[in-house]
Structures are given as structure tokens and as C-alpha cells.
Write a protein that binds this ligand. Structure first.
Ligand SMILES: [Zn+2]
Length: 151
């Protein structure tokens, strides 16, 4: 398993795990991603919210969040559209703009729709059909991703 730490100013507050085996996880009775028992969904890369920036991005999934962050985009993430909690809206208020870096499919719009439905300052930068932030970066590079994300 790839261990993905959730780190805030106090340190590691949660770890999610991604199965790296080449099998069908569902066939073996586990999800591709798992979290510690009792752990609730949190904002990933929450340190972004301590930065003095006017605009931030939101990604679905830790890997896309890591990629956008490494490209220089101040980015938070959640581990799935269903894991965006009503409380999280408060965390993104006060920014000039919150850009949703959505996957290039209908499912990719679910999180963006949730966020844009409650935040007039939220916008959408959707990746091309069949792509996501990580694939877009691999295919086109960091500068192209920043341009696509409008950062
Ligand atoms: Zn597995």
C-alpha cells in the first residue's frame, strides 16, 4: 500500500492507503483506497489554507492534489466528491476564487457542482475528456497545467 499522510500544522493527523497491486481490489474485497478505522474524511493538503494567496484550487483525490501542488498551484483536495462535508465550505470562503480542477468526465463534475452550488466565487477548470490533473501534467507538463488551471 502507498501511505498518504494527511498533514496539518501539528503533524500527521491521518493516513490513507492506496493499493498498488495489479489486481482487481473489489474482487479481493477491499477498496483501492482505505483509511484508518474511525477516521473521517478530511481536507488533504490543508496547509494550503495557511498561505497568503487570493486564489486556490480544489482537486478530487490526493494524487491530483499532489501533482497540482508540485506544479506550484495552491491546492486542497478531498478523497472523493462524497467526502466534501458542509463544514468545508467555510474553509474556502474569503478567497477571491476557488478553481475546481475537475476530471474530464461527468463524474468529475460532481465535486465541482457541490462546491460551485454553494460558493459564487468557485469556478471550473475541467481537464479534457478522459484526462485528470495527473494525466494532463504527464501529457503536457507543469506550465501547461498551470495555464489550464488559470494559475
Ligand atoms: Zn488491492
Amino acid at each position: 500500500m502507498l501511505a498518504i499522510p494527511y498533514i496539518n500544522m501539528q503533524g500527521v493527523v491521518a493516513i490513507r492507503y492506496r493499493c498498488l497491486a495489479g489486481h482487481d481490489c473489489k474482487e479481493l474485497g477491499h477498496g483501492k483506497y482505505t483509511r484508518e478505522p474511525g477516521d473521517e474524511a478530511k481536507i488533504y493538503n490543508i496547509k494550503t489554507l495557511t498561505l497568503n494567496v487570493r486564489r486556490i484550487a480544489v482537486c478530487e483525490g490526493e494524487i491530483d492534489t499532489m501533482t497540482a501542488w508540485q506544479c506550484g498551484i495552491p491546492t486542497i483536495g478531498v478523497s472523493g466528491a462524497q467526502n466534501w462535508k458542509p463544514l468545508f465550505h467555510r474553509h474556502i470562503r474569503g478567497y477571491e476564487e476557488v478553481v475546481n480542477l475537475a476530471d474530464g468526465d461527468d463524474a468529475g463534475l460532481k465535486l465541482a457542482d457541490t462546491i460551485m452550488g454553494k460558493n459564487e466565487h468557485a469556478s471550473l477548470a475541467q481537464m479534457p475528456q478522459g484526462s485528470d490533473v495527473n494525466k494532463y501534467y504527464i501529457d503536457h507538463g507543469a506550465e501547461a497545467l498551470k495555464t489550464k488551471a488559470r494559475f
